[in-house]
Design a binder for this molecule. Structure first.
Ligand code: SAM
Length: 432
């Protein structure tokens, strides 16, 4: 027979003290209405005992995420602040969130028994990707990309700016909004690439085509856009046709490994390098090099991560972007140079990503009912958690993002850059 308690929150608080020796970082309300922890700030609600069972069956970040996604665990108030406080505890413990040691298991099981929380494995909420096949084989990459990017253009339209840029924006003034920041980012990229009318631009990993459409319209280039997502390719073809740019913008729905033909005057790849994997990065860098004419410029924008945990963490890997790899920026620069490119400029943009992700999160919250109608409550909660945690990761310097300008020197070693040309430095704004 299950033993019940009317003091579940107190028991959980006691358990947390025993396990990690810290007071509750956030308020806690348990299924029996009992409350513990700070009264101010965000509050975690354990709606039922199943919330704990998610953690017992899948200890750590993923169990916590499943409890949240299913709604068994909820947060009242600011989710980002709740995550910030929990991360602070994890940092003080010198380990990730809820990474328990073997000796803790006995205590955990006894506490769960007292709380009546022992029971069968709860159903895994929908939306987890289960990629199969060899890591970063073309087939597996295609299904992983479809999982994330083919979630429906209508959803991304709710979240993103009108140009549908799905990468870090560039805030040049304190009160810039997302639309201005994405416009400024595209402008900055075009200037760093020194685009001129008639030039040929290749964009590898083009998303919904914000860069190629911008560059074609504002700089008169002829652009080729490559994406592995069928929905993105269709969307971009439609946009290009509506804007009368179908002659200027060619859209290729294919893997970057299949790119061939004549080299381009300029090559861009904005937040795609995270998808290629450590083993394939040299091949990706070699492709960028091969597709750039000698003397041409490359711009990549890429997220980075310090330390030895190259993925996005258990939650991101399961729900958002499996097989993603992020490495320290220094390693990326090495790999680009090993491919024969010469790195000319690196700009760190971490603070811009804090604001970008916060803007996406605000858009999700404003459009919550529409998002739920499109994808269901649980999937909308996946995005809520992803964006709240993502903004925090950039804020706390667990993740970074950089723009890198490189050139392919010609046979004589000439870079094609004028003396003193420091890749569009005048374009840099200083956000407050
Ligand atoms: C984060 S999105 C960035 C989109 C775009 N550059 C932007 O700034 O809005 C990553 C893009 O990389 C593409 N991608 C990922 N892996 C790819 C691959 N193996 N081959 C071609 N494109 C790929 C995805 O389809 C998506 O368009």
């Amino acid at each position: 027979m299950q033993r019940t308690t009317r003091h579940a929150a107190a028991r959980i608080e006691q358990l947390i003290r025993e396990l990690v020796d810290v007071p509750l970082p956030v308020g806690l309300t348990a299924w029996d209405g009992s409350e513990e922890g700070p009264e101010q700030g965000p509050r975690v609600l354990l709606r039922n005992r199943r919330a704990l069972r998610h953690l017992l069956w899948q200890p750590g970040e993923l169990g916590l995420a499943r409890a949240f996604v299913s709604g068994d665990l909820d947060v009242r108030g600011d989710l980002t602040e709740a995550l910030r406080r929990c991360w602070a505890v994890a940092r003080a413990q010198d380990r990730g969130p809820l990474r328990l040691r073997g000796r803790h298991w006995g205590r955990l099981a006894r506490a769960a028994l007292r709380l009546g929380a022992l029971g069968p494995r709860p159903p895994v909420p929908p939306g987890e990707a289960r990629p199969s096949g060899r890591l970063h084989s073309r087939g597996r990459d295609r299904s992983v990309i479809a999982h994330h990017y083919d979630a429906g253009n209508a959803f991304y339209e709710l979240l993103l700016d009108p140009q549908m840029a799905y990468s870090c924006g560039y805030f040049t003034a304190p009160d810039d909004d997302l639309e201005q920041a994405q416009d400024a980012k595209l402008d900055l990229i075009c200037r760093k690439l020194a685009l001129q009318p008639g030039m040929r631009l290749l964009d590898v990993g083009c998303g919904w085509g914000s860069l190629v459409l911008y560059a074609a319209r504002r700089h008169g280039v002829r652009a080729t856009a490559v994406t592995l997502s069928a929905e993105q390719a269709d969307y971009l073809r439609r946009c290009a046709a509506e804007l009368g740019l179908q002659e200027q913008v060619q859209v290729l729905h294919q893997d970057y490994r299949a790119i061939g033909g004549e080299p381009f005057d300029a090559v861009a790849s904005v937040e795609m390098g995270e998808h290629v994997g450590a083993d394939n990065y040299p091949r990706y860098a070699a492709t960028l090099h091969r597709m750039l004419r000698p003397g041409g410029r490359l711009l990549i924008q890429q997220m980075s991560r310090a330390g030895n945990a190259p993925g996005g963490g258990a939650f991101i890997e399961s729900y958002i972007a499996p097989d993603m790899t992020m490495v320290p920026i220094g390693s990326t620069l090495d790999l680009l140079e090993s491919a024969g490119l010469e790195v000319r400029d690196v700009e760190a943009m971490r603070e811009h990503y804090v604001r970008t992700v916060r803007a996406w999160l605000a858009a999700l919250q404003e459009n919550w009912s529409a998002a739920v109608a499109l994808m269901g409550e649980q999937q909308a909660r996946v995005w809520w958690l992803y964006l709240a945690g993502g903004a925090l990761a950039f804020e706390e310097n667990r993740m970074g993002v950089h723009q890198v300008v490189a050139v392919r020197p010609d046979a004589t070693g000439a870079s094609g850059m004028a003396l003193g040309d420091r890749a569009a430095l005048p374009g840099r704004g200083v956000p407050a």
